[in-house]
Write a protein that binds this ligand. Structure first.
Ligand code: FAD
Length: 346
């Protein structure tokens, strides 16, 4: 900002100097003082108006911000919807694509973990939550937001989103925190999800594995209809290979595939799959985790996160209550001895 103001101030200084040089009489001096006052006032007012115009006009703001004269303001807000252009659409399966949105200026930091954004269908004025899968970690590109969106045949907002093309605007608002994660909050996190329920899990997984001081162990059971429908599989496999002692993933698909090379689960998630892959309700059997980093209360040293379609929620943990509170714990997790403090439903 100082750079921006300097030429104007400098010009005025020269002019005042000139006035002083040529005036001798006191009434002339008085006049000059008034002129000086008026000119200084007008200069400040004009500069202020230009500055106000720039920060309140998104298009001009962009080029203004590129000179780094003022701190870059957040390009999306939690209070109001911002029309954000779709930069790219990357198909992931028959029904699901990544919608990459381009912001007018980079975010100052990655999204909090875990958080979602609201997307609005402007014609129907309805909105739904979507969980950005980037930017989540420091090295993510802060100029883009990636939303992994599944299209439901009769779904209002997901169908609207899938009807958009590159260059169209999507109205988004956020971020909105859904589950407040803190480093080493638990000894172990279990995750059970289906379909696009992977998105909040992926946010947390990526965040933990990119934080070397976070020693939390993560195990994931991920259910899908078929091998082709497994979302983010390549990314998950790379992460589990890179962090074999910290992150394990187990896939299950509804029906047996024709290829015999499939050695993961077949069918809906069962008690057996949970017992074999999730941290047990009593964490005393968890070893080699630095105790000083974790919650001392044994019951609270593990947490199972659950996210997915209605049927999966009902079978694994019970659904959330109508008022969106966690509701009673039911389903397989209840039968296996987990308590309400050990389960979080997205
Ligand atoms: C915190 C949070 C994060 C989320 N993150 C993601 C994400 O990252 N990606 C993602 O894809 N989704 C995510 N979701 C789900 C998303 O918000 C929407 O619920 C989803 O896209 C469906 O919305 P819709 O408007 O398209 O469907 P809706 O209109 O709400 O319909 C939902 C379902 O009901 C069915 N349905 C609609 N009308 C009828 C009817 N009359 N009779 C019978 N069935 C009907 C539809 O076919 C569909 O299966 C998230 C949800 C939450 C709460």
């Amino acid at each position: 900002m100082t750079l921006f103001l300097r030429p104007t101030i400098y010009r005025n200084k020269v002019n005042f100097h000139k006035f002083h040089q040529y005036s001798t009489k006191s009434n002339t001096l008085k006049k000059l003082r008034i002129q000086k006052f008026i000119i200084t006032g007008s200069t400040l007012f004009a500069t202020g108006s230009i500055f106000y115009f720039f920060i309140n006009n998104d298009d001009t703001y962009k080029s203004f911000a590129s000179f780094s004269l003022i701190p870059v303001k957040s390009t999306i807000s939690s209070d109001k919807f911002t029309a954000t252009p779709i930069h790219q659409i990357i198909p992931q399966s028959k029904t699901t694509s990544i919608f990459r949105l381009k912001l007018s200026a980079p975010l100052q930091e990655p999204f909090p973990v875990s958080s979602c954004v609201h997307v609005k269908d402007p014609s129907l004025q309805i909105m739904r939550e979507y969980t950005p899968i980037s930017p989540i970690v420091k090295n993510d590109e802060l100029l883009y937001i990636d939303l992994l969106v599944k299209r439901y045949e009769n779904g209002q907002v997901s169908r609207y989103i899938h009807g958009l093309s590159v260059g169209d605007l999507m109205e988004i608002r956020g971020p909105v925190i859904t589950f407040q994660y803190r480093e080493n909050m638990y000894k172990a996190l279990g995750m059970i999800c289906g379909g696009t329920g992977i998105t909040p899990m992926y946010q947390i997984i990526k965040h933990i594995l990119n934080t070397p001081s976070d020693k939390t162990k993560i195990s994931l059971i991920y259910a899908n209809q078929s091998i082709d429908e497994i979302l983010l599989r390549k990314e998950l496999d790379i992460l589990s290979k890179k962090h074999p002692d910290q992150f394990k993933v187990y896939y299950t698909i509804d029906n047996a595939p024709s290829s015999s090379s499939w050695n993961q689960g077949i069918g809906y998630i069962t008690s057996e799959m949970i017992k074999q892959n999730m941290p047990p309700p009593s964490s005393s059997s968890l070893s080699n985790i630095d105790d000083k980093n974790s919650n001392k209360d044994d019951d609270n040293s593990i947490l199972i996160l659950v996210c997915g379609p209605d049927g999966l929620m009902k079978s694994i943990s019970g659904r959330r209550a109508r008022d969106m509170s966690q509701g009673r714990l039911r389903g397989l997790l209840k039968k296996l001895g987990y308590n309400e403090n050990q389960v979080f439903k997205f």
